[in-house]
Unconditional design. Structure first.
Length: 262
């Protein structure tokens, strides 16, 4: 199974008892999540976790004057928590500034929810999939269980994943409708010819968009600090391909695509 698919599956399994960890090379910060206030800005570092998100909201409520920016460094995590944090950011009109990197659930749900989206010159913003129904069918077919797991346990785990995904997919769709962003943001890299790039090398773990392409999905008010944007390399040789949609070159519009199966 390609690393990109493993990463997407890890995101989907994040809240499962049989969770697969996100590989280190795709995670800007693999430590437990921490939240704090610094120079009038909220900070979040680490995986998406409900306890940390609750702490963040409490810190915001206890602070006067209210912070207007969330600085985040996260390799992603639980989908529900990522959506909840994105909604909270959107509802409180917060800007989002990436610290070192924002991947997976952070890229899908938190970054596009910001009033302003601020990207340092070398910061990583990486996507590798979402949870639309047509995506998770092929992912579940790729599940590889550890040795020693019985067929009954495998069946129960798959049914649990299907149920959670079926519950969460409408939440993802509703979230993107709320913030005015095309849901295909989470899956466009799985369409041809980009999926062919992903499948061409096991080192590919996901993709990134340039600023102009982000805008075509509805992710606007993006500011790169000290441009041009030149993301740092990921660890251990992991690769990310760039998607640039040029309508003059016949690239399909995101508006004409859904999150189709891989």
């Amino acid at each position: 199974m390609k690393q990109g698919r493993l990463l997407a599956l890890a995101m989907l399994m994040a809240s499962s008892a049989m969770a697969a960890p996100t590989p280190e090379q795709a995670s800007p910060n693999a430590n437990p999540a921490k939240v704090w206030l610094e120079e009038g800005q909220l900070h979040y570092a680490g995986v998406m976790g409900s306890e940390a998100v609750t702490q963040l909201a409490k810190l915001y409520e206890a602070t006067t004057p209210k912070p207007d920016t969330l600085v985040i460094s996260s390799g992603g995590g639980d989908v529900k928590t990522g959506i909840a944090l994105g909604e909270w950011v959107f509802d409180n009109h917060l800007s989002v500034q990436i610290d070192r990197g924002c991947a997976s659930s952070c890229a899908n749900y938190v970054f596009p929810a910001g009033k302003r989206k601020i990207i340092p010159k070398t910061a990583v913003l990486m996507f590798h999939g979402g949870i639309s129904k047509t995506e998770w069918g092929p992912m579940l077919a790729d599940v590889h269980f550890p040795e020693g797991i019985s067929e009954q346990q495998k069946t129960a785990a798959l049914e649990d994943m299907k149920k959670r995904l079926a519950d969460d997919a409408p939440k993802q769709a509703a979230f993107f409708k709320k913030i005015g962003v095309n849901e295909a943001l989470t899956c466009y890299g799985h369409h041809k010819p980009y999926i062919e790039t992903m499948e061409s090398d096991d080192h590919y773990v996901g993709w990134r968009y340039d600023v102009a392409t982000l805008a075509r999905f509805g992710v606007t008010n993006v500011e790169v600090l000290n441009p041009p944007w030149q993301p740092k390399a990921l660890r251990d040789g992991a690769l990310v391909y760039t998607i640039h949609l040029d309508p003059n070159q016949g690239e399909p519009s995101p508006d004409n695509l859904t999150c189709a199966a891989w």
